[in-house]
Design a protein. Structure first.
Length: 392
């Protein structure tokens, strides 16, 4: 299931949970899971309302009495020690780590020494965990997020009045796509930024997909200029298999020092090649030679042809355009018994997801542990295969 986060009025933690409830996240399930956190002194308020002309769900956490300022370590332990859904637990931890790293950078302290105030309060813990629970409960396995709108103004915090976007928000959204806004209120909160950046596989406009359902999560304020809501649209991607076009470049050499072939491959990949292969052949006069084949985006064919003509002894390069069928894939991180490992998520033609460990990480683990790479790969295949059933 694909979800598009349409942040036309920004994003916050409570707006995200509200939109997921509007999409079908059961309040009973959410309440049951949140009770598994070692938290007290709060109540959930869920109801339907309107912001300007849009109807949606408003989600609010009411906190009774003062709550302690919790450190990142304390929040991490609350989530880790709970019995909430394992996938949601990992996602929530990822979100809070983004906030802790940003707060630590802004205040000049290690992330483990960060003490949360607004973000560490009960309502923010509920928002983050609730968002993680909702995404996994609804079967959302891919998220595209619209550019995040950044307003100009000021917001009161426990550190005093700060400009918007809040400094922590700017740290969290490094690498995301943003746009300017003339709104006078804070549109993207640190919690909202962490949710967006932890979940989004990419930032951009609406992707190609089949929309099935739309949910609106309403913000607390109700400005006159626009409806203060987060819109999440979920649907299906058309197919696990897509087609595109690539340029195929090839040349044949029989008088090139073979020691140069490794460097040639590095240069080609650094210039944008998608794939490079070497094929041994026998050429005229019985000479052994090598066919160099390069796949590249069509617009790079000219540049990479120049690389082949410059870095090899060939006198010419053959060019062709090829249509190819490719499986959808994306790169994620997984916590394994060997630590954090990059995992390639591949969507198979029948709709199932397959997890494949990146071999560079396998090789690094083998060097670190002294165990053969084939043993590491076999162990990771078993771990990732066991987790794969959660994706089908």
């Amino acid at each position: 299931m694909l979800a598009f986060f349409d942040c036309f009025a920004g994003i916050s933690g409570d707006m995200t949970v509200a939109a997921l409830i509007d999409l079908g996240l059961e309040e009973e399930y959410l309440t049951d899971q949140l009770k598994r956190l070692d938290l007290a002194g709060y109540a959930l308020r869920v109801g339907r309302s309107r912001r300007r002309c849009l109807a949606g769900v408003h989600f609010q956490v009411e906190v009774a009495g003062d709550q302690p300022h919790r450190s990142y370590g304390a929040i991490r332990r609350i989530i880790e020690d709970s019995s909430i859904d394992d996938a949601a637990k990992a996602t929530a931890l990822k979100m809070f780590e983004l906030v802790a790293t940003a707060e630590g950078h802004v205040h000049g302290v290690p992330k483990d020494d960060v003490h949360f105030h607004e973000v560490g309060a009960v309502d923010s813990i509920i928002d983050v965990v609730g968002a993680a629970l909702g995404v996994h409960r609804l079967g959302i396995d891919r998220v595209v997020c619209s550019p995040l709108p950044l307003s100009r103004g000021f917001v009161p915090t426990c550190h005093g009045t700060l400009p918007t976007p809040a400094p922590a928000t700017l740290e969290i959204i490094k690498g995301a796509v943003v746009r300017g806004s003339d709104a006078s209120i804070e549109l993207v909160t640190p919690t909202g930024a962490a949710i967006a950046c932890a979940l989004a596989d990419e930032f951009g406009p609406y992707p190609s997909f089949v929309p099935l359902k739309t949910g609106y999560g309403l913000g607390t304020s109700d400005p006159e200029e626009f409806p203060n809501a987060l819109r999440i649209v979920i649907g299906n991607e058309p197919s696990a298999v897509t087609t595109d076009r690539v340029g195929e470049l090839s040349c044949t050499v029989d008088d090139l020092d073979p020691r140069l072939l490794g460097d040639l491959m590095d240069v080609l990949f650094s210039r944008g090649a998608l794939d490079v292969t070497y094929t041994p052949v026998h050429m005229k006069k019985g000479r052994p030679g090598t066919i160099v084949t390069v796949l590249a985006p069509p617009e790079l064919s000219g540049e990479l042809s120049h690389v082949l003509l410059t870095h090899t002894t060939t006198l010419g390069v053959r060019l062709a355009n090829r249509e190819r069928m490719v499986l959808r894939r994306r790169l994620e991180h997984a916590q394994t018994s060997f630590g954090d490992v990059r995992v390639k998520m591949v969507r198979l033609p029948d709709g199932r997801w397959e997890r494949r460990a990146e071999f560079d990480d396998v090789r690094e683990i083998a060097r670190r542990t002294g165990r053969p790479a084939r043993e590491i790969l076999s162990a990771l295949d078993r771990e990732l295969g066991a987790a794969e059933s959660d994706l089908t």
